[in-house]
Design a protein around this ligand. Structure first.
Ligand code: GBH
Length: 479
């Protein structure tokens, strides 16, 4: 499937959902407002060197106080859907008692969205565990899964009459392996066994929350957002490189896809993670809970990885050559495969060093469709890129970002042509925001935010994306 630049508009199926996405800690700020208590990201940001520039989410982009204007912005862009996450510590500060004022914020947000005809897509957990629960062991503890189900019950009871689309977890690979083994994300632990337990407990939390949603908000459409990608061996003719690619594919992709979609951990992962206690944390019946049918599968897509079994690349790093931002105490997220190396292909890259190959999105979706019969309808729940914005008097001409999104939308159309049931796309992100360990240094927004004045300005990519949403098509070239 080659892509010649189409000279006419490229249409998407009727009813295709267009949206933009955010996450609570990345945009809200107001960390002490209305009874919110600290999450693991507040604690992590306080560790010297953990986040580039010493940035924190304390102010972020003040969405907590600017929410009505931000919802107007979504309406101005004409987007029919908005994906956001709930801050656990606003709603249940200590992971136990309900904080009514925190819950009220999301009630107002959902009302503001529905009043403007924007469909809310609610993510229950986008990385901001209450610090009070981390103090009791965090995701390494089984009880944390039940606490998320408690949060789900509270949120669904209040909002289930208006929210129809639910995403339980965002990228459990990151919450477990990057947070508990690599340490580049909160809680910044470097404990491989804890990371493996966390992966299982996150999946269990997904299953328990799904069960809760089925009973509290029947008629909901429930899914999870994963971040699988293609893992390529640097030299396909080299046995070590191929073995490294299979291992990394197991840890990043199949560890999550297989339990959810096949009801079992992959055999090679059970063996590989045996020394790290995987079998010890799985109780009878867990996999039935985890594999409960999904109504949708969210895919967050950014780039691919090229690995070798040995060599001279950066050891166990995350993306590209550049690896990451702070690198304070960062280890490897690749449990039991710490010697795997990551390589650049010399392709054009974003400012995070993430190499750009839009057709990778099509390849990934085609593979998922082939490998998992009965794959639920797919929604791209995040896709986007960090580039430096050039702010001029007549606008923000972010050609790089526009090209990135257009290329990935073409690849998405190709996946649909190839038979994959893709039903929606959410741009990451609505707003420039707190990009985790990279702080405010990396901008993903289709709307620019001046971090001093908090002024919002729609970028060229945002204007262009609005025409895509309005026409349900990628405009012909030049458009
Ligand atoms: C998503 O993270 C998040 O959901 C979102 O909050 C974030 O702002 C956005 O993307 C942009 O970063 O260790 O080789 O497996 C996904 C980004 C994907 C970056 C996994 C680090 C590690 C790759 N992360 N990646 S690897």
């Amino acid at each position: 499937m080659t892509h010649m630049a189409p000279s006419s508009a490229q249409r998407f199926p009727d009813g295709f959902v267009w949206g933009a996405a955010t996450a609570a800690y990345q945009i809200e700020g107001a960390v002490d407002a209305d009874g919110r208590t600290p999450s693991i990201w507040d604690a992590f940001c306080a560790i010297p060197g953990a986040v580039a520039g010493g940035d924190t989410g304390e102010r972020a982009v003040e969405h907590y106080h600017r929410m009505p204007d931000d919802v107007d912005l979504i309406a101005l862009l004409g987007l029919p859907a908005y994906r956001f996450s709930v801050s656990w510590t606003r709603v249940m500060g200590d992971g136990d008692a309900v904080n009514a004022r925190g819950l009220d914020f999301y009630d107002r947000l959902v009302d503001a969205l529905t009043a403007r005809g924007i469909e809310p897509w609610l993510t229950l957990y986008h990385w901001d565990l209450p610090q009070a629960l981390e103090a009791k062991g965090g995701w390494a503890e089984r009880d944390t899964a039940h606490r998320l189900a408690d949060l789900t019950e509270v949120v669904a009871t209040r909002l289930g009459d208006r929210v129809r689309h639910w995403v339980t977890l965002n990228e459990p690979f990151c919450s477990s392996f990057i947070g508990y083994a690599g340490g580049e994300h909160a809680p910044g632990r470097r404990e491989p066994k804890a990371a493996v337990a966390a992966a299982h407990h996150l999946l269990l939390a997904h299953g328990l929350s799904t069960r809760t949603l089925r009973s509290v908000a029947p008629g909901s459409r429930v899914g999870i957002a994963l971040n699988p990608t293609t893992i390529l061996p640097r030299d396909p003719g080299n046995d070590d490189d191929r073995a490294a690619a299979v291992l990394v594919d197991g840890l990043r992709n199949r560890m999550f896809l297989d339990p959810l979609l096949r009801g079992a951990y992959p055999a090679d992962m059970l063996t590989h993670l045996e020394p790290f206690g995987l079998a010890d944390v799985v109780d009878d019946g867990d996999l039935d809970v985890i594999a409960a049918p999904l109504d949708l599968l969210g895919i967050n897509y950014y780039d691919e990885s090229v690995v070798s079994g040995r060599g001279d690349g950066p050891a166990g790093s995350t993306e590209g050559d550049d690896g990451g931002p702070g690198r304070h105490v960062v280890g490897s997220p690749w449990v039991g495969a710490e010697d795997v190396r990551f390589h650049s292909r010399g392709l054009p890259a974003t400012t995070q060093g993430w190499e750009i190959r839009p057709d990778g999105l099509r390849d990934l979706l085609v593979r998922l469709h082939a490998d998992y019969p009965g794959l639920p309808p797919v929604y791209v729940t995040e896709n986007g890129a960090a580039f430096d914005d050039v702010v001029t008097v007549d606008g923000i001409h972010d050609t790089d970002r526009l090209d990135y999104v257009r290329g990935h939308l073409r690849a998405l159309a190709a996946a649909i042509d190839a038979g994959v049931d893709v039903r929606g796309y959410f741009a990451w992100s609505l707003l420039d925001n707190f990009e985790w360990a990279w702080g405010y240094a990396k901008r993903f927004g289709i709307v620019h935010v001046d971090f001093d004045t908090q002024e919002r300005t729609i970028k060229d990519s945002g204007h262009w994306y609005a025409t895509v949403a309005a026409s349900n098509a990628i405009p012909a070239d030049g458009g």
